[in-house]
Each structure stands twice: as structure tokens, then as C-alpha cells.
Design a protein around this ligand. Sequence first.
Ligand code: AHR
Length: 500
Amino acid sequence: ANTAVKVSIDPAQDGPVINRHIFGQFAEHLGRGVYEGVWVGPDSTIPNTRGIRKDVVGALKALKVPNVRWPGGCFADEYHWRDGIGKPEDRRSRINASWAGRPEPNSFGTHEFFDFIQQIGADAFISANVGSGTVQEAADWLEYLTAQDSSLAKERAANGHPKPYEVAFWGIGNEVWGCGGPFTAEEYVTKLKQFSNFSTNHNKNMPTQQVAVGPDGDGFPEYAEVVMNAWSKRTWAWNIEALSLHRYTRNGWPPNIPATGFNQKQYASVIKETLGMNDFIKTNIAIMDKYDPEKKVGILVDEWGTWYAPTKGTDPGYLEQENSQRDAIIAALNFNIFARHADRVRGANIAQMINVLQAMILTDKEKMVLTPTYHAFRMYVPFQNAVRLKTNYDQGVYKEGDINLPKIDVISARDNQGRIWVAVTNIDPKQSIDVDLSLLGKSIASADGEILKAPTIDAVNSFAKPDVVSPKNLSLKAINGQLKFTIAPQSVSVISVKSQ
Ligand code: AHR
């Protein structure tokens, strides 16, 4: 028999706004993420606009991608922005020492990145080079990007962009306890202060949030404490608006979780690992609350996602992996965790956008396929900048051997047009759930919805069969002011509810 769950939403109890930046993306110079995934060059036979793939831009537009973090990742701390500006034929190539020792041609640099994000309508999240760069190099880059009238601004204009760019986020290093350093937390704070002080945004059309490196799911917890303690004693000369957290769904090192061909026990243990994101965020919020009770500094989980064993036949340094229905469920569960902490979590960036780790899109030459994760992002678009509402329900228990997990995970929100949205994930891969949904104090008149379900939990979309996992219409009918519907096992649904 199906499990029955009553969900009641209180439209009168507003929570915080679910910042649209929670649905941010990350595009690093890694494997086939930027080169092939985004950039094919203007001479390619693959349809492109100034070298940027048209099919990929078209698909990403539907996600209303709020921001793209670039150029890394570990690559950011070996990146020298001057290598990537000027005439294409004059760009110097280097070895991408972080990722597979691949030559980095620098054909995709600052102007190409901004062209790309302008084509998809996203904001810029730039990670500055702290590890191998200088304070001056970072300061110059931000001036080059944002100044109206200086030699660097003129150089930008000569390179094709007279108008200053807008930089929404400025990351001061990446994983500086590891690939971006390595520095102790105290050593990093010294650098953070300098980079923050000398990195100036000159474009007043958009404020730039400075982002400090924080801890990782696997270690360096002291970073939150040391950075926030220093911030609490800051002077006028420096500031940060956000602390970065990184956490992958991974099982130690090297990555060993199979991306497909897993059983239900393995599925459950990966979901359990993912749900650990909640405790990770809570632990860091508790530290931040000590130094910043007014919540001035936000959390950006600017790297998250699944990190599985690489796809057979690919270079392990390219981090290419299959993406299944399990990934869509993982994406939804993470969105829900971020939304529940929306008063502090003001952004997140899935790793990564195309062809790398938990990607939205996979490409093979001229072919492109949308992953289940892509569909989860698309279905959650209405939650961008929506007001979270109080949602009451009993999570139930999905038991797999000795692992106990919630059966159902639900969030709800009201968008700026007053529409109410509900996202319901059935984590259980075996049982359907009969949902009985009501709005406190209101009567439901009608509802529309979509469901993302799959024949098997490890179902993937391939170039040959691109629609194995794709959203379907969810048939919904309001009866006596309530909504009763059944959701399939291992599924994600998003419903819009109209009241009378
Ligand atoms: O996303 C892949 C890598 O994971 C990033 O470059 C790094 O920041 C993290 O360790």
C-alpha cells in the first residue's frame, strides 16, 4: 500500500526570501567544462555566437541561472587574467596544472566569460587568484572589469567592451587551505584583509560581495571560527559579505561511488551522505552566529554536488560522470536544505555546469543532452527569490537495512506574484506516496504540477535516449478545497497551487 502524508502550508507565516543565488552554477577550466561545453570558438561548425555554443545557451536560459562562478575552483589560484585578454592569436597558453595537465589555450578569458553570462542572463562570480597571484594583480583585474576611466578601463574598451562590467561576487581565493594555498586559517586572514582592502569595485551599478574562503565538508572547520573572529574585529579597511562553504556528496578519496549500476542500499547511503549538508551548514551557522548575530555575513555554498567515480574511458582528471535520477533527488534535497537556512544561506553553486561532476548538460561534439539535475533546476525556478512558507508534514521513515532516512521532503514558497509553490520529493525508491495537501485558512481551487520520475533510480539520459528522465505533467484536481495526489517512488514534483 502507498504511504499517506498530510502536508499543510501556512500562507500567513512568511519565512525568509529564498535568494535566487542559491541556484547558482560553477564553470571551471577543468576537463571539457568550458572548452567544448561552453566554448567551441567562432570558427567551429557547431552553431555558436562569437564562439559560445548556441544550444547550451538556449538550454541554460530556461534555468534563469542567477550567477556563474569562474574561472575555478583550484584553477582560479593558478589563473592570470592577463593571459586571457587581447587578440586571440596573442594569448599565451599554459599548462592547467590543477586538472590533468591539459594545455590551457586561454581562448576563453574575461571578455568571453562575460559574453557567455550576458547571453544566458547571469551575474558574475569571479574567483581571484590568491594562491599564486598578487594583491596588485587582483586589484588590477577588478579595476579592469569595473572602472569607467583609467588606463585599465581604456584597455578593456580597446579589447571590445567600453562599458564597465558588473561583478556581483568577488571570491578571495578558493580552498586556500588546500589547492589554493596552502595556508593556515591565520595566514589566510592576513591575505584576506589585504585582498579585500585593495580589491575595489568601481562600478556602482552593482555592489560587489566579497567572499572569504571557509571550511570544507571534509575538514578545516577552524576556518569559519578564525575568519569570522577576524571579521568581528574588522576595521574600515576591509570587509566581507559572505563566507564560502564547500561540501560534496563523496565518499572519501579517491571518488568511488558508482554513478550508475548501484543498488538500493548504495542509493540510501549516498542520500544519507547528502543530507549531511544540513548539519554542516548548522555547525557553521552556529559559529557565525557567535561573531555575527545580525547575520550580516551570508553563507555561499559555492561548491556542492555529487562527486562519483569517473565514467569509464574518460580521463579521471576531467571529472566526467554520469548523472541519474538519484542526482535529481540529491539536487532537490540540497535546494530544500539551503531554503530552510535561507536567512543565512544566500547563495550556492553546483559543481559544475557542463561535462564536469554533477552537470546540467553533457555534450559530445555537436550533441547535447540535459541531465536529470538540469530538470530539477528548471522545475525549481519559481523558488528563486520566493518567500519561504511554513510547511507542516510528517517526514516518515524510509528504511534500507540499517539506514533510516526521511521518506518525503517538502518546501513551499510564495513568489512575487502571490502564487504558492510546493516542491515534494519522494526519497523512497520503492513506495508511492499519497499526498493530502491543504492551505491553512484557505481553500485550494486548482493546481498545476510537474513530476520528474524514472523507471529505475539509476536511469540516465543519453545522447541516444535523451528523454528517459524528463518532467511530465502531474494530474491534479482540487476536491473540497484540498489537493489529493499520488507521487511515484524516487521522484521530484513541483506544484503551483491556486486558492479561492
Ligand atoms: O569542482 C572540482 C574541484 O573541487 C574544485 O576545483 C575545487 O575547488 C574543489 O576541490
